[in-house]
Design a protein around this ligand. Sequence first.
Ligand code: MN
Length: 292
Amino acid sequence: MTTKSVQQILPPPAAHMVGDGFRVHNFFPSGYNMGNKRMSPFFMLDYNSKVEFPPTDTPRGVGVHPHRGFETVTIAYHGKVAHHDSAGNSGIISEGDVQWMTAASGVLHKEYHEKEFAKKGGMFQMVQLWVNLPAKYKMSPPKYQEISNSKMGKYLLPNDGGYVEVIAGELKGIKGAASTFTPLEMYNARLKKGAKLTVNFPANYNTGFVVIEGKVKVNSSQEADVDHFILFKNDGEEITIEPLEDAIILLLSGEPIDEPVASYGPFVMNTQEELVQAVNDFNRGKFGVLED
Ligand code: MN
């Protein structure tokens, strides 16, 4: 087994607001001009680092908007988010939960802070990933997976070293809760200081992780601080992670989708023609109906 070496340790790029409810650092594709495919099948990573929202009677968030051609995965670390979509699905996720929405052929949805959380205000920290779909699934029906924390398989580290929530994929025999369209691994590792986690992914898998809390040592050499994204080369399989203090990291690894990518706003397709089609279908109301 050879080491998957670190390509770059990236500090969080300047934050921007998505609607009025999400203050995000975009690590890719735009944040570091990594290109549309560097982390494929993961197309986009928006990281809402910790931010304190004051109380409000009008929940903050993002109003009704469309998506086509991919999946949105929202992972909550602090605060609560409510989701509604035109396929009739809705849900609330809070700390430790994941919401996996397959937009595929198209949905309208809205994403707001949950009412009671908004009323009280408080610490907010989330990740939203866009997971691309291969051409053959882009126009499949929308789907929704609500993955509450209790549904996730957990791998326990020896010697009380913490645990890893397997959101998707499989870690040391523990299966992930989410079903995916292409092979990918997504873990939330909650590690205690002094522990050591070793993971293996195929060399060709695009791989990276976000340090959500704490500080970790990677491959016994480099140190990665909180809110940083660690991008790996496609040169080996094995990664070791040693928390220098109690830490949470979000690990992502997946088989690249070897297809052209054309994207425009909330649409991720293969060709320009398909983007034009998406805009036209949206304008003609083919994404369904959802009230603001
Ligand atoms: Mn959205």
